[in-house]
Write a protein that binds this ligand. Structure first.
Ligand SMILES: [Zn+2]
Length: 270
């Protein structure tokens, strides 16, 4: 499931290939995937638009258009956003295709069909419920401490709550908690100031390292060029049930917290 580092990698790939291109035609093969404001026809609204920029917010990839509108894509479980050349075969489950002048195309494929491509107006506050960007200057140790204060929610569930910190999913929540030596089920308010500081550093650190490795491909994730990431080879706990903890050698366990599989070390995460 693409999280912040995977979406960031996709966005960087798109920025390098589609900015400045003109959409000749948009093709919608599965209507429920392509959402437009009431009274707007998705495909018609896109035809003739030029790509002004590509950016990320949380786990969303945003393609900004010259008209001021934006195309906001959530990849959810199995979504792919890939630039393809003429003659390259479609990925399975290709639902929306933007054809550019010159033959290249941007394909949105999603075999499980949970993902969405939303056309939003310039002033539409579509991201008002999203929390702070963990790699922005707005994510401070002090702000994080206040975010946790008084909350009985298990710290891992709080990390997954997109209204608090945007972009962290199951993989990086598990990894950051391991790095900070914090038990995932600990109530957020029970973290000391020192532990909160460690977790803040671990979140920033693990996200940066994952971006440097172009994301984690444990499932369907590929970047904008169709290539897999490399961070799956650097994971400390996620998916490592029964394997020795890289810090203390104790076998990694998997428990379920908030209906999500949670990998951690019983010995060195407290
Ligand atoms: Zn350990």
């Amino acid at each position: 499931m693409p999280e912040l580092p995977e979406v960031e990698t996709i966005v960087r790939g798109l920025a390098a290939t589609i900015v400045g291109k003109c959409i000749e035609r948009a093709e919608v093969r599965l209507p429920k995937i392509a959402v437009a404001p009431l009274g707007t026809q998705f495909a018609r609204a896109l035809s003739g638009e030029r790509i002004a920029g590509v950016r990320r917010r949380g786990k969303y990839a945003i393609v900004d258009l010259q008209s001021g509108r934006s195309l906001v894509t959530s990849l959810r479980m199995t979504g792919r956003l890939v630039v393809q050349r003429t003659g390259e075969a479609d990925f399975p489950g290709t639902h929306v295709v933007l054809w550019f002048r010159g033959g290249r195309r941007l394909s949105f494929a999603d075999v499980r069909t949970f993902g969405r491509m939303r056309l939003v107006e310039a002033a539409e506050p579509w991201d008002r419920d999203l929390g702070v960007e963990p790699l922005s200057s707005g994510f401070t140790p002090q702000g994080f401490l206040s975010m946790l204060a008084g909350r009985t929610t298990p710290i891992k569930a709080l990390l997954l709550d997109q209204r608090r910190v945007a972009g962290i999913g199951n993989i990086y929540a598990c990894e950051a908690l391991w790095e900070a030596r914090i038990r995932p089920s600990r109530p957020a308010r029970a973290l000391t100031k020192a532990a909160t500081g460690r977790l803040h550093r671990a979140i920033v650190d693990v996200l940066h390292r994952a971006i440097d490795s172009r994301g984690t491909s444990v499932d369907d994730y590929v970047d904008a060029g169709g290539l897999r990431g490399g961070f799956q080879n650097a994971l400390a706990v996620y998916g490592r049930l029964g394997r020795p903890c890289l810090r203390c050698g104790h076998p990694i366990v998997r428990t379920v917290l908030g209906q999500r599989g949670t990998w951690w070390c019983r010995r060195c995460q407290r």
